[in-house]
Design a protein around this ligand. Structure first.
Ligand SMILES: Nc1ncnc2c1ncn2[C@@H]1O[C@H](COP(=O)(O)OP(=O)(O)OP(=O)(O)O)[C@@H](O)[C@H]1O
Ligand SMILES: [Mg+2]
Length: 424
């Protein structure tokens, strides 16, 4: 056998690594660690090259340590140099270099269909047959995080969608029209479905528009970027210029749910003499939306309490795919929201009665009443020594004392807006 030398990886071995990597992948194997991971480990962790008498790299093994466990992230011998015992010696060389780190175990993940594992068993590795490999892609990473931070964007917790109590109709609608086509974009396209790029949520105050916008981001696992017109107004570029700049930055993100709350403030009816101060801003936004629509992977959500105040051109077809009402909660939704806020210490509560008495309440109103009842009972317990949880009287008193946010007139106007302006 020709003499083989085992030495540490050097930067000029990169070509050889690529050659070995291509051999492995051409043979149909799907490596667990990506090439960039392997290269990073070559530079920062432990990597050994097997070199023949001509100085050619004929095998390579790369490993990293994670606490007391070592992982082999790449392991290959050149196709022309198999069965020469190079693999065995490569493994031994890697193990030796990992030794100073005091590892208790070295592991290697091998695809199911890779048959040639003799080298591992010979080296004392045991096949853990009962294990399966699971993997989840983290949707936003690395460089994008920096940009996201600059934009004040956030990755929201993954349970927001599930936490929206009730509102089944709205949830179904949003799930079908938005989430399904966006989360399965290529399949949607094959059916001729154009994934939505921009929507408006409208409805009376406190009905959950902001909550839904965040929940959609959480459901899609896309970052949430809120644009605050009031903050942009204070920038040197002014509101219109600031808006343009922030949309340019957002365009660099792979994915994002972009949220503009109270959009009527910057997209109100134009016209009038003298022209209102926001006219230029409305024009700017009208120009930005078509450009925003051209790039996939992003969704603009605008929310408003006052949809009639929006400029007609703003709502026209072609800018927003859907104009969706978020209304007051129905009975089921109210029951779910009550249940969410009634603590375990309240054991004597007839939720159906609360649901009935809180007709016309928004989710925010229910939350307010429930907190009020809890506060009253808490004060009674601490100050009066009656250590009982909130009871029906606490709740009914709190309901009676709550001024609903949505008056009958507002509710009527909302119904009217649904007829005239909603597009679902
Ligand atoms: N379906 C729901 N289940 C539980 N809580 C909810 C639900 N919808 C809204 N809430 C709660 O009600 C409150 C008001 O909701 P949110 O701020 O989303 O309403 P909004 O429509 O954006 O209001 P505004 O028009 O004032 O901006 C929040 O505390 C939110 O957590
Ligand atoms: Mg809101």
């Amino acid at each position: 056998m020709r003499e083989i030398l085992f030495r540490d990886y050097v930067a000029s071995d990169l070509d050889a690594l690529m050659r070995l990597w291509n051999q492995v992948t051409a043979a149909g194997a799907e490596p667990v660690y990506s090439l960039s991971e392997v290269v990073a480990s070559c530079e920062q962790d432990v990597a050994v090259a097997a070199v023949d008498a001509h100085g050619e790299v004929v095998g390579m093994a790369v490993a990293r340590a994670a606490h007391d466990q070592g992982w082999i992230v790449f392991f290959a011998t050149d196709a022309d140099h198999r069965r020469q015992g190079i693999g065995d010696r490569l493994l031994a060389a890697v193990e030796q270099r990992l030794a100073p780190q005091g590892l208790t175990r070295i592991s290697v993940l091998v695809p199911d269909d890779q048959l040639n594992v003799g080298v591992l068993t010979r080296a004392g590795f045991k096949d853990k047959k009962h294990l399966s490999y699971f993997e989840r892609e983290i949707p936003v990473r690395g460089k994008e995080m920096t940009l996201l931070r600059e934009l004040g964007g956030r990755i929201l917790s993954r349970d927001l969608w599930g936490n929206i109590a009730g509102m089944i109709e709205e949830k179904n609608l949003l799930e079908r029209r938005l989430v399904l086509p966006l989360a399965n974009a290529s399949m949607a396209e094959s059916f001729g479905v154009e994934p939505p790029r921009a929507i408006v949520l409208f409805g009376p105050p406190g009905t959950g528009k902001t909550t839904f916008a965040k929940a959609i981001a959480s459901r899609l696992e896309w970052p949430f970027v809120e644009v605050f017109p009031s903050r942009l107004a204070a920038t040197p570029e002014g509101l219109a210029g600031g808006l343009r700049l922030i949309f340019e930055e957002i365009a660099e993100l792979d994915h994002a749910v972009v949220f503009i709350d109270e959009v009527e403030e910057i997209a109100s009816q134009r016209g009038g003499e003298p022209p209102s101060s926001t006219q230029g801003v409305t024009n700017e936004l009208l120009k930005l939306i078509p450009a925003f629509r051209e790039k996939p992977g992003k969704l603009l959500i605008c929310a408003t309490n006052f949809i009639r105040a929006l400029d007609d051109a703003f709502l026209r077809h072609g800018r927003f795919d859907y104009v969706i009402p978020i209304g007051l909660p129905d009975e089921d939704a109210r029951r779910a929201i009550w249940t969410k806020f009634i603590p375990d210490t309240a054991t004597t509560i007839d939720v159906d009665t609360l649901v009935e008495r809180s007709e016309g309440f928004s989710p925010a109103d229910i939350e307010f009443s429930a907190r009020q009842a809890s506060q009253t009972a808490f004060e009674k317990a601490i100050l009066g020594g009656e250590n009982l949880g909130p009871d029906m009287t606490d709740y009914l008193d709190a309901i009676g004392a709550t001024k609903t946010t949505v008056s009958t007139e507002v509710a009527d106007a909302f119904r009217h807006d649904i007829e005239n302006l909603a597009r679902t």
